[in-house]
Design a protein. Structure first.
Length: 310
């Protein structure tokens, strides 16, 4: 196990591992800064920091604190990290930091992700009109700088390891919707996961899995540890690429795409893990218990207040 102290000596509250290269990014818990480490050969070497000179967050809490937290995303193939913080977007590479130019002055991105081919940066909220910014997103072509409008999403995008499918998260009052999207992408290596006891006596503040299948663990004491997972570990299991791709194909064959000009909510199939609601079902809901999801309780209350199903 390799272990180092974070350069700022502050705990890291989020880890973002490169999907293919031995690189780890960690968000500083005390200031809008992102640290970068090389985790090759089972070692940890700090390479640089975006926002190293940023002032501390101070006593900011809640939404104010979240607004000061950077967004970071790795290019799927290259050693390129994009960081958005306080209205600016910068690129980190082994050569240093550069500003991502050509963005609209109104751009204030809170979430970032790369398209699977690495040619487009997905950014949310949109840099369009401030009143409707959260209703759409920006798709930034990194080669030309062209920006086109994208669908609404926030919080994050998760890419299936077998490729071809992503899940975008969309906040909707008391619910977070998982909206699936079909994409074209080459397959990625299988991941290996196992359980370990590390950093005893110190709370874990962030976790991440590296491209090599190792586990990155950040502690409340300001340490970062890299734990190797033996291939022979009895608790380890690999994801079968062929099986995963077959599952994706079956899933997509059983779904239909939302029209480009369609209302998302009229096409959603919602679930709380046990029950499923198809489009139109929620219009008849007027009762809910305290054990039901908050979004279901809210819908029932709205329907009841207006005196008729909506």
């Amino acid at each position: 196990m390799a272990r180092v102290r974070v350069g700022s000596e502050a705990p890291v509250n989020q880890l973002v591992c490169h999907p293919r290269l031995p690189l780890i990014a960690g968000l500083d818990s005390e200031r809008p800064a992102v640290h970068v480490w090389d985790c090759g050969a089972g070692q940890l070497d700090e390479l640089g920091t975006a926002g190293a000179d940023s002032p501390a967050d101070g006593d900011a809490v809640g939404w104010e604190r979240r607004q000061q937290t950077p967004a970071a995303a790795w290019h799927p193939d290259q050693p390129l990290l994009v960081v958005a913080s306080r209205g600016a977007v910068v690129r980190w590479t082994p050569a240093g930091l550069t500003e991502l130019s050509g963005l609209p002055p109104a751009a204030a991105y809170r979430s970032l992700a790369f398209s699977p081919d690495g040619q487009t940066l997905w950014a949310s909220p949109s840099s369009s009109d401030a009143e409707t910014a959260w209703e759409s997103s920006d798709c930034v072509d990194l080669a030309s700088g062209t920006i086109r409008a994208g669908p609404r999403w926030d919080t994050g995008i998760a890419t299936h390891p077998a490729g071809g499918l992503v899940t975008t998260l969309c906040s909707d009052q008391n619910a977070t919707l998982g909206v699936f999207a079909r994409v074209d992408q080459d397959s990625t290596p299988a991941a290996i996961v196992a359980g370990h006891d590390v950093l005893a006596g110190s709370p874990v503040t962030a976790l991440g899995a590296t491209a090599a299948g190792d586990l990155a663990v950040a502690s409340g004491g300001g340490d970062l540890a890299l734990v190797s997972v033996p291939a022979s570990s009895p608790t380890a299991h690999a994801v079968c690429g062929d099986t995963s791709r077959a599952m994706i194909t079956a899933f997509l064959d059983a779904t239909s795409e939302v029209p480009g000009d369609g209302d998302l909510e009229t096409h959603l199939v919602l679930t709380d893990g046990a029950r499923t609601w198809h489009p139109g079902d929620l219009a008849a809901v007027t009762t809910a218990t305290t054990t039901d999801p908050a979004w279901l309780q809210l819908r029932a209350a709205v329907n009841t207040v207006f005196g008729q199903p909506r």
